[in-house]
Design a protein around this ligand. Structure first.
Ligand SMILES: [Zn+2]
Length: 204
């Protein structure tokens, strides 16, 4: 992943551009089915979706992140929610040895080999060899564990977390170079800072 891919901020709306940049474009420049996909699926409010909406959103997220074929995989909504819950617990582990242990256990149970897969837009991705008939939950779990383990190795620590903003609940990938990231977006960081400031000036 290049530093450009890893930039946590979307292109500034003020940047010179001939046309409005669709959201899907941002995902297209990132690694197919990479960390942005893992985070997008982890942050989707699946518990609010019925079975039809779950299948629809899974297809949309897969397509936006470079693999419409995976979007057609069978979706059992309860199983997908369980897989997302499991992956979200990985995002909560900040201690390196504990994160390594959890990821190693997940990698061992997935027993996945890697394969080069060509995606609809022609790009190639190195990713876990998904079973021919992989269901959405299985595919997501395998992709997430592999991507997170890869990122851990690249950064030398579990560089991720759950957003510290009250009421947010999003997970994020820590792409910063210096201080550990605490919030999913600059919006959540600002909102929390402003709220703390208000409490400080209005409180006793
Ligand atoms: Zn947040």
């Amino acid at each position: 992943m290049t530093a450009r891919d890893a930039s946590p901020t979307a292109p500034s709306p003020a940047a010179p551009s001939h046309a409005a940049r669709p959201v899907a474009d941002v995902a297209k420049r990132a690694r197919p089915l990479g960390l942005r996909f893992i985070v997008a699926v982890a942050n989707e409010p699946w518990q609010e979706h019925d079975a039809a909406r779950t299948a629809e959103r899974w297809a949309v997220l897969c397509t936006e992140h470079g693999d419409p074929t995976l979007g057609n995989s069978p979706v059992r909504d309860a199983a997908l929610r369980d897989a997302v819950t499991e992956v979200r617990t990985l995002f909560a582990i900040a201690e390196p040895q504990a994160a390594a242990n959890a990821l190693n256990a997940a990698l061992a149970s997935a027993t996945a080999t890697s394969e080069l897969a060509q995606l609809a837009d022609g790009r190639w991705a190195l990713r876990p060899a998904l079973p021919y008939d992989a269901r959405a939950a299985t595919a997501y779990r395998m992709l997430a564990v592999a991507a997170l383990a890869d990122w851990f190795a690249e950064r030398g620590r579990p560089a991720w977390g759950h957003c510290a903003a009250p009421g947010c609940g999003n997970v994020f990938i820590d792409e910063g170079r210096r201080q550990p990231q605490r919030f999913c977006t600059p919006t959540c960081a600002t909102r929390t800072r402003v709220a703390a400031h208000r409490r400080g000036t209005a409180g006793e």
